[in-house]
Structures are given as structure tokens and as C-alpha cells.
Design a protein around this ligand. Structure first.
Ligand SMILES: [Zn+2]
Length: 323
């Protein structure tokens, strides 16, 4: 399989009909499945009368590929039941933006999408939010093995802002600081994240229980007391004592993986985001965790993984690797 680049993707989906066919090949590797009644196999393609496009109810020309189910007699397309359905943004643009968001190390800012693809800033923002939802929609199950866990504070301390800092006028002196907790598999690099206002032992414990098979997992953390309670449930707990200048031990690579993840995240937030709300930060963490946790995949495979996580799209991995 040749690795996708922006150039090869652009050639493959040169127009809207191509984009439909591309998504069809991912979603329906064998034959279309009717999203209305679930019947596979017995559908016919409604060829546009002029061979290229059809006129929509609003009177505009569309290259939408439409199928009709012989069973329930309803029409459908590959977009039916997905987040793309009803969107005025061309599918081709959606697919380009998906690709950019899963391959650019820092993602792509909404204003950049608006500029590059000629969509309204609001639409661009909506697109990035939907794509982040897909990124967060990872159902690969609980982690086990060796898990690195660490927490960090994001959003800055207003008391440290300069007296003339414009953020003061906007925010007053209320704190905008939020905590992010990351849990990373030492073996696969998969990440689970959580945004909280305060990190406590029970926050850590709940997060571990939700995401990890505790009995077969060894926890690696710093010496913060936060990790003590949950460590009793784990197969093992290796601690590095940062206060004593210890970062790795014979038994543990310490929390380096988590610290690298957080520092890349913070650099990117500083570079592209001015205001970080709790909701925004949590989506942003999902986006970073998705890319970080799938670093071992090729760009093509990552794109395929992400398309499979789009709510409403269930796809088989077979077709992706076929070409
Ligand atoms: Zn049907």
C-alpha cells in the first residue's frame, strides 16, 4: 500500500464523486449496506441522468452518489447516518481536513481551515470540533502492561500575568488553571487523558479503574502521594523521586513519556490557542492523545483509523490496506 500524502489524496479524490467513492470503499468494502434497514447486497446505484450530477431539492447541482434499497425502497448515500449527513461542506473538503488533522503534528487551526478551504470561520470551527469528537471516540478497550501516569497544570496562573496583560480584562483575576492527567501505555504509546479542576487520589483511582486492567498492570509515577491509594490495586508500582533528582531507575523509565506529551501539548496550545476552556482543553487533549497514541501507524493507517471512529461510520480495515 502506498502511503497517503496530501498530494496523493488530492489526486485520488479530485472531485465530489471521487470523495463519495473513497468513503464508500472504506465504509462498504464489499457491497453497500442500507443504513435504513440494514440489508446488504440488493441495492442499485441511481445513475445521474446526465452521467455526472443530479439536481438537489434546492436546485443546485450535486455529485452525490445515491443508492436505492430494493428491500425498503428508500434512497441512501454513504453519508446517511454519519456526521457528514446534511453538512453543506463538500465531502472532499471534509476528507482533506480529516487528513490534515491526523497528520499535522500540531493539528490545524480553525482559522487556517477557513482560509485554505474557503469555508466560514464558524463552519471551520464546527468541523474541527466534530473531528476531535471522532478522535476521542477510541474504543480500543482497557490498557495493561506498564502504564506511565502524570499530571500537569495548564492555563497559567493569572497572578503571574503582567498588570497590562489583556487577559486580565477578559478574565478578571479568577483562576483559569486546569489540571490534565495522562495515562500512557509504555508498550503501545496509547494515551487516555482527563481534564479536572483538581487532581486528587480518588480522581487518579477512578481514571485508572476506568482505563486499565489493574491486576495485570504496573504503574510508573513520580513520588506524589496521589498515586499511593491506587497503587495498592496494581500488580506493581515503580516510583521515581524527582525531588531527589531521580528520573529513571533500573526498573522504570519514569514519567518521561507523559512529560514529553504534556510539553508538546503546551507548546501547541501557547502557539494556537489564546483561551482554554475546560471543554476545549479536554477536546484538545483527545486530539493530541489520538495522534500521539497512533504514532506507530502510517499516515494512511491513521486516516483509516480516524474514519472508523467517526460517529455513525463503522468500517472494516480490510479495504484500506488493499490499495
Ligand atoms: Zn433498506
Amino acid at each position: 500500500m502506498t502511503n497517503l500524502t496530501f498530494g496523493t489524496l488530492a489526486m485520488r479524490i479530485a472531485n465530489e464523486a471521487d470523495a463519495y467513492e473513497y468513503l464508500e470503499s472504506l465504509r462498504w468494502p464489499e457491497k453497500p449496506v442500507c443504513p435504513h434497514c440494514g440489508v446488504m447486497n440488493d441495492h442499485y446505484f441511481l445513475k445521474p441522468t446526465n452521467g455526472v450530477s443530479r439536481t438537489t431539492t434546492r436546485g443546485s447541482e450535486s455529485q452525490r452518489r445515491v443508492w436505492k434499497c430494493k428491500d425498503c425502497r428508500k434512497q441512501f448515500s454513504v453519508l446517511t447516518g454519519t456526521i457528514f449527513h446534511g453538512s453543506k461542506v463538500p465531502l472532499q473538503t471534509w476528507l482533506f481536513v480529516f487528513f490534515e488533522m491526523c497528520t499535522n503534528k500540531n493539528g490545524i487551526a480553525a482559522r487556517e481551515i477557513a482560509r485554505k478551504y474557503g469555508v466560514a470561520p464558524k463552519t471551520a470551527w464546527f468541523m474541527t470540533q466534530r473531528i476531535r469528537e471522532a478522535m476521542a471516540n477510541d474504543s480500543s478497550g482497557k490498557l495493561s502492561g506498564n502504564i506511565v501516569m502524570d499530571e500537569t497544570y495548564i492555563g497559567g496562573k493569572p497572578e503571574n500575568w503582567h498588570a497590562n496583560d489583556p487577559r486580565r480584562a477578559k478574565k478578571g483575576n479568577s483562576t483559569t488553571k486546569m489540571a490534565a492527567v495522562a495515562l500512557i501505555s509504555e508498550e503501545t504509546g496509547e494515551i487516555r487523558t482527563k481534564v479536572v479542576t483538581n487532581v486528587t487520589g480518588s480522581v487518579i483511582q477512578n481514571m485508572v479503574r476506568e482505563n486499565v486492567v489493574t491486576g495485570t498492570t504496573t504503574l510508573h509515577s513520580d513520588s506524589a502521594p496521589l498515586y499511593r491509594t491506587v497503587s495498592k490495586e496494581m500488580a506493581g508500582h515503580h516510583v521515581v523521586n524527582h525531588h531527589a533528582g531521580q528520573y529513571i531507575t533500573e526498573l522504570s523509565n519514569g514519567t518521561n513519556k507523559a512529560e514529553n506529551f504534556f510539553s508538546q501539548l503546551k507548546r501547541s496550545i501557547d502557539g494556537t490557542h489564546h483561551c482554554v476552556s475546560k471543554e476545549h482543553l479536554s477536546r484538545y487533549l483527545s486530539e493530541f492523545a489520538f495522534r500521539h497514541g497512533s504514532h506507530y501507524l502510517s499516515d494512511t493507517e491513521r486516516m483509516v483509523k480516524l474514519m472508523g471512529q467517526v460517529p455513525g461510520v463503522r468500517l472494516s480495515y480490510r479495504p484500506l490496506t488493499a490499495e
